[in-house]
Ligand binder design. Structure first.
Ligand SMILES: [Zn+2]
Length: 230
């Protein structure tokens, strides 16, 4: 009798287990479908050096792009890229895809504002705004020029940006991670972004909530190649 009760209890546990797994799978149908796409891209990494510059779109179709410097909708009010594209070193792409997969599993995805920036473009930006508080001095260069920095935010399933308190490239104390005078919701959104980025090998920049550097990427060389616009 005791054995029978134990057996029934065990079967019940199995059924409960299966039921909860099924509901999680159903709830994340879109995310799983998208993860499947990025799972395939792992094979594409083979044979490519981690420091090689690659195009994000060749490895993932799960990001939203709003490349501000390829438009006049930026603090410079000038289009400084001939066309929009997101190039980064392969190691940065890998970590970024891992972070995005984690956001996707929670119903969000990354929207990108800027990636690798050729050194000549950095010079052009510094000529327009020669203030190192706003634009990195091209003599030192920025991590964007090294292919290890990315400017981003998060969007929900409908493509709406999460409220981060300020717009991208807002210059003021409100852009800082340390700025505490925001609603609980805004602070929660920033922390949500920051924690998953940190977990995936990125380091936040305290003064700009949208900017993330891949760890150790300051050791990589400055670069100046231009991507093909055709
Ligand atoms: Zn940046």
């Amino acid at each position: 009798m005791f054995k029978k009760i134990c057996f029934l209890f065990f079967i019940n546990l199995l059924l409960i287990g299966c039921k909860s797994t099924e509901s999680i799978l159903n709830g994340n149908k879109t995310a799983l479908k998208n993860n499947y796409l990025d799972g395939n891209s792992i094979a594409l990494y083979e044979g490519i050096n981690d420091t090689t510059f690659v195009k994000l779109k060749n490895f993932s179709s799960n990001f939203i792009f709003d490349m501000k410097y390829a438009t006049e909708d930026n603090f410079l009010k000038k289009k400084v890229y001939d066309c929009d594209d997101c190039y980064l070193r392969l190691k940065t792409i890998k970590s970024l895809i891992n972070a995005n997969n984690e956001f996707l599993s929670k119903g969000y995805r990354i929207k990108i504002f800027d990636c690798y920036r050729p050194l000549d473009i950095q010079k052009k930006m510094f000529e327009l705004v020669p203030n190192p508080d706003y634009v990195a001095d091209p003599k030192r260069g920025s991590i964007h020029n090294r292919g290890g920095a990315v400017d981003l935010t998060l969007v929900d399933e409908n493509g709406n940006e999460l409220d981060m308190g300020t717009t991208f490239d807002f210059f003021g104390p409100e852009a800082s991670h340390n700025y505490a005078d925001f609603s609980k919701k805004i602070r929660k959104n920033r922390v949500f972004l920051k924690e998953i980025m940190i977990k995936n090998n990125f380091k936040p920049l305290n003064s700009e909530w949208w900017h993330y550097n891949l760890n150790e990427s300051s050791k990589d060389n400055l670069a100046n190649f231009k991507w093909d616009c055709n």
